[in-house]
Design a protein around this ligand. Structure first.
Ligand code: PHE
Length: 497
C-alpha cells in the first residue's frame, strides 16, 4: 500500500495556501503594518519573509516530501532521538486549534445573526460581542459558566472539521478547492464596496503611509519575524504533513514560492479592505482612524461589525465578511488537525483515518470547552500569546538547528534542486545554519526578557502560569518522546488500527 496522494499539485497548493492564509492575514497583518510604521513595515516584513520564512517553509516542505512522513517521523528518520521536535510542533499546533475552533464558533454565530434586517449589534457592538455572545466575566479569576449557544456552535464546528478530515487528504482536497478561493472572492467584493466609500482613501493612507524612523525600533523587527512564522503556518508541522502526501519529485522550490507569495499578497490586500472600511467608519463617526484601528478579536467582532452596520444593506456585507472570515479560518484550523492525524496515522501501515479523525475531533472539542466559559476570552488570549511566541518559535529554531548542524542543509538543498532542475545556492545553507537560529534565539531571549519584566496583559500570575504550562507541556512531552525514541521504532510500523 502506497501513501495517499493529493489528487494534483494544484490541490496541494490550495491546501497549503489555505492553511497559510487565515485570520492572521486579516486581523493581524493590517494592524501591525499600520502600527509599525505603515509602508515602512514592509521592509522588515519582506526581509523576514525572504530570509526566514521562505527558507524554513522550503525546509518543512522538503522534509515531508523527502521522508514521506509527517513532522514527527520525518525527524525520527533523521535520528531516532529527534522525533520530539515534531512532537513539539504538532502539539503546539494542537493547542492552537483548540481555541482557533472557538473563534470559528464566534464567526458562525455572527454569520447566523447577519440574517436579519436589524443587525443585533447595531449601536452596541462592544456589548454585543463581550456580553451577549461571550458572556465574558469581569476578570480571569471568575470563570463563570459554560456558554451554551457557544458550546453548541463549537460542537457544530468540530462536526464540520471531522467530516472534512475524515478521509485525510482525499476529503481535505475536495474542501480546499472551495475554502481557499472563496474568501478571496468575498474580500474582493468587500474591497470594491470599500474603496468607493467616503474616507476610504484616508484609511488606506493611514495603513500605508511610511514612517521610516520606525525601522530603528527593534520591536518592529521582532514583530515582523513573529508575523512571518504565524502567517506561513511554520513550526506547526502542518506544511511537513501536507507535503508528505506529494510524490517525491514535486517541485518544492516552486511550491514554496507560490505559497509564500500568495500569502503575503493576501495580507497586503486584506489591509486595503480593512483600512478602507475603517477609514469610512472614522469619517462617518467624525473620529480619527487611530481611534478605530485595532487588531485581533476586537477588529473582527467589534469594530468591523459596527463599521459594516453603517452601510446600506448592512446585513449583506456582514454576512459576506463573516463568511469570508469563516472560510479563511476553517482551512487553517483543519490543517492543524490534519497534521495531528498524519502523525498518528504514520504509526500504522494502513491507518483507519475516520477513526483517528473521530478521536482527535472529540478530544479537541472537549478540551476546547474551557474557551467557551465566561473567562474563555482571557484564557484564549493568554494561551495564544504563549504558544505563538514560544512554542512555534522554539519548534522552528530546533528544526533549523538540527538540519543546519546535524543533518546538513546541503542534503536538503540538493534534494530540492533535483526536483526543480534549478540551482538554489549556498545562501540557503547559511540561512538555515546561521541566520535563522541567531534571529530566533534573539527573538526568544527578547520575548522572555519582556515577559519576566512586564507580565503579559496585566493578568495575575496564576493565569499567566497557564500560558507557560501550555508551552511547557508540549515541550516536556517532546523531550520524553525523544528520550524514549528507539531505533527500531523508526522502521515502518506494521500495526493495524
Ligand atoms: N497561517 C494562519 C493564519 O495566518 C495561522 C494558523 C495556521 C493558525 C494554522 C493556526 C493554524 O491565520
Amino acid at each position: 500500500m502506497g501513501r495517499e496522494r493529493w489528487k494534483s499539485r494544484t490541490v496541494f497548493l490550495f491546501a497549503a495556501i489555505g492553511s497559510a492564509v487565515g485570520l492572521g492575514n486579516v486581523w493581524r497583518f493590517p494592524y501591525m503594518t499600520y502600527k509599525f510604521g505603515g509602508g515602512a513595515f514592509l521592509i522588515p516584513y519582506l526581509i523576514a519573509l525572504f530570509v526566514i520564512g521562505i527558507p524554513l517553509l522550503m525546509l518543512e516542505f522538503a522534509l515531508g516530501q523527502k521522508f514521506q512522513r509527517g513532522a514527527v517521523d520525518s525527524f525520527r528518520k533523521i535520528h531516532h532521538k529527534l522525533g520530539g521536535i515534531g512532537v513539539l510542533a504538532v502539539l503546539s499546533g494542537f493547542i492552537i486549534v483548540l481555541y482557533y475552533a472557538v473563534i470559528m464558533a464566534w464567526t458562525l454565530i455572527y454569520m447566523l445573526n447577519s440574517f436579519s434586517s436589524e443587525l443585533p449589534w447595531v449601536g452596541n457592538a462592544d456589548g454585543y460581542f463581550h456580553t451577549t455572545v461571550l458572556g465574558l466575566t469581569d476578570s480571569v479569576s471568575s470563570i463563570g459558566g459554560i456558554n451554551i449557544p457557544l458550546l453548541i456552535a463549537l460542537f457544530v464546528i468540530w462536526v464540520a472539521i471531522y467530516f472534512i478530515v475524515r478521509k485525510g487528504v482525499d476529503s481535505v482536497g475536495k474542501v480546499v478547492m472551495i475554502s481557499m478561493p472563496l474568501p478571496l472572492i468575498l474580500m474582493l467584493v468587500l474591497f470594491i464596496r470599500g474603496i468607493f466609500l467616503p474616507g476610504a482613501f484616508e484609511g488606506i493612507i493611514a495603513y500605508l503611509q511610511p514612517d521610516l524612523s520606525a525601522l530603528m525600533d527593534p520591536d518592529i523587527w521582532i514583530a515582523a519575524v513573529a508575523q512571518i512564522f504565524f502567517t506561513l503556518s511554520i513550526g506547526f508541522g502542518i506544511m511537513t504533513a501536507y507535503a508528505s502526501f506529494n510524490s517525491k519529485n514535486q517541485n518544492v522550490r516552486g511550491d514554496t514560492y507560490i505559497t509564500a507569495i500568495s500569502d503575503a499578497a493576501m495580507s497586503l490586500f486584506a489591509g486595503f479592505v480593512v483600512f478602507a472600511i475603517l477609514g469610512y467608519m472614522a469619517t462617518t463617526e467624525g473620529v480619527a482612524v487611530a481611534d478605530v484601528a485595532t487588531s485581533g478579536p476586537g477588529l473582527a467582532f467589534v469594530v468591523f461589525p459596527e463599521a459594516l452596520s453603517l452601510l446600506p444593506s448592512a446585513w449583506f456585507f456582514s454576512l459576506l465578511f463573516f463568511l469570508a472570515l469563516f472560510a479563511l479560518g476553517i482551512d487553517s484550523a483543519f490543517s492543524i488537525v490534519e497534521a495531528v492525524n498524519t502523525t498518528i496515522g504514520d504509526r500504522y501501515k494502513k491507518p483507519n483515518r475516520p477513526k483517528i479523525a473521530f478521536f482527535t475531533c472529540l478530544i479537541s472539542f472537549l478540551l476546547g470547552i474551557i474557551f467557551v466559559t465566561g473567562a474563555g476570552l482571557y484564557f484564549l488570549d493568554i494561551v495564544d500569546y504563549f504558544i505563538n511566541n514560544y512554542g512555534l518559535v522554539t519548534a522552528g529554531l530546533l528544526e533549523a538547528v538540527v538540519i543546519g548542524w546535524y543533518f546538513g542543509p546541503k542534503k536538503i538543498r540538493l534534494f530540492v534542486n533535483k526536483q526543480c532542475g534549478c540551482n538554489i545556492r549556498g545562501w540557503w545553507d547559511y540561512a538555515i545554519k546561521y541566520v535563522i537560529p541567531i534571529a530566533l534565539i534573539i527573538l526568544l531571549g527578547y520575548q522572555f526578557y519582556t515577559d519576566i519584566t512586564t507580565p503579559y496583559g496585566g493578568y495575575p500570575q496564576w493565569a499567566l502560569a497557564i500560558g507557560w504550562v501550555s508551552f511547557l507541556i508540549p515541550l516536556i512531552i517532546a523531550i520524553v518522546f525523544s528520550l524514549k525514541g528507539k531505533r527500531e521504532d523508526v522502521v515502518q510500523s506494521k500495526k493495524r488500527l
